[in-house]
Design a protein around this ligand. Structure first.
Ligand code: TRP
Length: 331
């Protein structure tokens, strides 16, 4: 099979505007993959409910914001299928059928789930929901219903890809060979530092968003951590431990040698360095902001992208479900 015939599916939970960590960790990679694969990019709105079922009103707005960021960053809706999970009801049917093929013990061993339970303090009170335990089964349905070959994801998602592979094999063995066994594909810039040096993450409040204005970016950078051992302006700095230097390497690599020199010789101070990197990031993001603005100004543009994507996704999903029902002799 040539790469052009290979199918990619990936998705994100809609949690609002995307930040530089999302961009370098996943989105940039998706944009590149469009060239060589047939891509499906999904807004995983049902997956939000596995933890956040009490706050449904935000999901619609977050979906719109995320799709705006995707397109601004270079996802081409003419080429790739951009769609919303909850609009394709066939996912729910496949999820139900796959749920019959996996034990609760297997799902309880899922390390991603264990981590979430720890982070979100969910071992208190009533504990996790039935739907949350089934998170990877729904994810498997998302992937298998498009008969995807490759799933680009972050490292934390690999256990879910493993479960998907097990389900595909089990289905194929029990009934008929319907599903390719998909491979996970790790993104390379997996850990991008936030303003406090920890992994950039919305929940930590340490992000620069793709849609931030140049002024927002400057404001945020003022609070950013630098080399803690560079106490005075005249002290030489250590770029290799400074997150600002990571930003230089990513957003203006052609200037990183000059910055390295300036920092280690103490000719360049942190205040100036931050201001300059802020300008470099703003310049890098300028075309994205422009594209976003143009889309935002066109009434119904995002909705039209989703409507068309849904239609193409539905076509594929309906086809697969026909094969699934036939293989199982049911429905
Ligand atoms: N679980 C993924 C995440 O949190 C989102 C997701 C849902 C997904 N369904 C998917 C990713 C299918 C890849 C394939 O990032």
């Amino acid at each position: 099979m040539t790469p052009e015939q290979k199918i990619i599916l990936s998705g994100n939970r809609p949690t609002g505007r995307l930040h530089l960590g999302n961009y370098t960790g996943a989105l940039e990679n998706w944009v590149a993959l469009q060239k060589d694969y047939r891509c499906f990019f999904m807004v995983a709105d049902w997956h939000v409910l596995t933890t956040d079922y009490e706050h449904t009103p935000a999901i619609a707005e977050n979906t719109r914001e995320m799709v705006l960021d995707w397109i601004s960053a270079g996802i081409d809706p003419e080429k790739s299928v951009v769609f919303v999970q909850s609009h394709i009801k066939e996912h729910a049917e496949l999820y139900l059928l796959l749920a019959m093929l996996i034990s609760t013990a297997r799902l309880e061993r899922n390390p991603t789930l264990k981590e979430q339970v720890r982070d979100l303090d969910m071992d208190q009170g009533e504990g996790i929901t039935y739907g949350h335990l089934g998170y990877p089964v729904l994810q498997a349905a998302d992937i298998l219903i498009y008969r995807a070959h490759v799933v680009p994801v972050g490292e934390d998602q690999l256990p879910h890809i493993e479960i998907t592979r097990e389900l595909a094999r089990k289905f194929n063995r029990l009934y008929r060979d319907v599903f390719p066994v998909p491979d996970g594909k790790l993104t390379k810039f997996a850990r991008f530092p936030g303003l406090d040096g920890k992994r950039m993450s919305k929940s930590l409040g340490n992000t620069i968003e793709l849609a931030d204005s140049p002024e927002d970016i400057q404001q945020k950078l003022k609070t950013a951590f630098t080399d803690p051992e560079r106490k005075r302006r005249s002290d030489p700095g250590r770029p290799e431990v400074c997150l600002i230097y990571t930003y230089w390497q990513k957003f203006a690599p052609e200037r990183s040698a000059e910055i390295y020199e300036g920092c280690t010789s103490a000719k360049l101070g942190c205040v100036d360095c931050k201001r300059m990197v802020g300008e470099a990031i703003a310049a890098y993001l300028a075309p994205l902001r422009e594209k976003r603005r143009a889309l935002e100004e066109k009434p119904g543009a995002v909705e039209a992208v989703i409507r068309e994507g849904d239609e193409r996704a539905r076509h594929a999903a309906v086809e697969t479900m026909r094969a699934v029902r036939e293989a199982m002799n049911i429905g």
